[in-house]
Design a protein around this ligand. Structure first.
Ligand code: SF4
Ligand code: SF4
Length: 453
């Protein structure tokens, strides 16, 4: 089967994707000596081995992830020359006839993981310096009466500018998807017209944006090509762009404001679902004494970080079932939009310690790392000895950066799904399983039994 045929199969079933994975050893078409002028798929004409090609792809994906976080840090004026220099070296190493060494690409991936930790830390600093450290905040889901703007994506800077410019204009601003954690930042929650959340993860946007006659702003990924019914009231800003959709320059949201006012009111609806977000390191550390006591008394048996991107794949239901079936002596830490699989479940608390702790966006994986380090100090054990299991959900390339960050910290025994990344062929998976005890998701009940020992 040729590559074009494989591309045509892209939008079909999961089984076909597996076929694609088996059919291609590698794919590289970056230079003019490429096989048959279409692509090297078995081995490079230059001599590049398939595993090297896949490790190069992996490095590129991880660097794309780092770039996203770096971009948002730069939006707030924060940069890091060491990360910039790494990105140059990493990209350069994937050019034709530069580096054929598989081992070196594993090292580069681990280095990318470390650079991503630096970058996430930089972005967290940028967020906290500008908006304060998040505090737990309840966010109602649903509309209140009045003209509305829905902001989706990850850019707190874009949201802040939008909030400033809409202040006093009788327009309600709602978050969608990965902007939910914005409600926890004191510097953003102070805006009274930031009234709540509409919809859930990125892939419900066609439904959510069609349902509410509001102006919409896409501030980053994940934006989808809009449906006709809301294309005329959608805008993008920053890195996000959609054909036929006006792009906001220099954070001047005047056209969005005019559109929201022209569209008129959203109708009031019951706001029964309330999501809690905004747990920062300080909040968790303020509970440290209580957590220690509960762990020692056997009332908290395991912390489980269930985090990462959500996807519309059927297999992603795993995460809902997994959290639903967890025993009541577990605490779930979560981040990124995978949380929408279970963040409305009302897991309750264990003597005042919430059983669901939303740490924020995917870049807030750094908060999870800092909490894990603090817990390991609290209990006087190594990171890998903590009663902590990481269950990652994989969708796009930031997850590659985060995965390598966790591997760079030498964290072992992580679970990953709902399907394995396409770049991970058998050789790579074997290395990850052997060296890091990385486990592909199985069935929720069996995985929980393994985790709980
Ligand atoms: S760099 Fe090597 S593998 Fe890639 S297209 Fe050129 S010859 Fe093929
Ligand atoms: S967490 Fe991942 S899937 Fe979700 S909105 Fe962000 S980038 Fe997209």
């Amino acid at each position: 089967m040729g590559f074009i045929d494989l591309l045509k199969k892209e939008n079909t079933q999961g089984e076909d994707k597996m076929e694609k994975k088996e059919a291609l050893d590698m794919f590289c078409y970056q230079c003019s000596q490429t096989a048959r002028g279409t692509g090297c798929t078995i081995r490079g004409v230059c001599g590049k081995e398939p595993t090297v090609a896949r490790l190069q792809d992996n490095l590129l994906f991880a660097m794309k992830g780092i770039s996203a976080y770096l971009y948002h840090a730069r939006e707030l004026g924060y940069t890091d020359p060491e990360v910039d220099a790494f990105l140059e070296r990493g990209f350069y190493s994937t050019l034709t006839n530069v580096n054929f060494d598989a081992g070196k690409f594993v090292e580069l991936a681990l280095e990318a993981g470390k650079m991503n930790i630096k970058t996430m830390r930089l972005l967290k600093k940028a967020h906290i310096d500008n908006y304060g450290e998040p505090v737990p905040t309840e966010v109602p889901v649903g509309a209140v009466k009045g003209p509305a703007i829905i902001a989706t994506g990850h850019s707190l800077k874009a949201l802040e500018e939008l909030l400033k410019q809409t202040e006093g204009k009788e327009i309600n601003v709602y978050t969608h998807s990965e902007l939910l954690p914005a409600h926890g930042y004191p510097g953003l929650k102070k805006y009274k017209h930031l009234v709540g959340q509409l919809g859930g993860p990125w892939f419900d946007q066609k439904e959510t944006f069609s349902k509410y006659p509001a102006a919409i702003v896409g501030t980053s990924n994940c934006v989808l090509l809009p449906k006709e019914e809301y294309q005329g009231r959608m805008f993008t800003v920053g890195v996000a762009q959609l054909p036929g959709v006006p792009h906001i320059e220099d954070y001047d949201f005047t056209p969005v404001i005019e559109k929201a006012l022209e569209l008129g009111d959203l109708e009031e609806e019951p706001r029964e679902t309330v999501l809690t977000t905004g747990f920062g390191v300080s909040t968790i550390l303020s509970l440290a004494g209580k957590i220690k006591e509960l762990v020692e008394a056997g009332k908290i048996k395991q912390f489980i970080l269930v985090g990462g991107c959500d996807s519309p794949l059927l297999q992603a239901k795993y995460y809902t079932e997994f959290v639903e079936k967890l025993p009541e002596d577990t605490v779930v830490l979560t981040l990124a939009c995978g949380k929408y699989r279970f963040n409305a479940m009302g897991l309750g608390d264990i003597e005042g310690v919430p059983r669901l702790i939303d740490l924020g966006q995917c870049n807030d994986a750094i908060v999870a790392v800092d909490i894990a380090v603090a817990l390991s100090e609290l209990f006087g054990v190594e990171l890998n000895e903590l009663p902590l299991t990481i269950v990652l959900s994989w969708m796009e390339q930031k997850a590659a950066a985060i995965l390598w960050s966790l591997l760079a910290l030498d964290l072992k025994g992580m679970y990953i799904g709902p399907i394995l990344p396409g770049w991970a062929n058998e050789d790579i998976i074997n290395v990850l399983v052997e060296n890091y005890d990385l486990t592909p998701l199985g069935n929720p009940e069996e995985d929980i039994a393994k985790i709980m020992g």
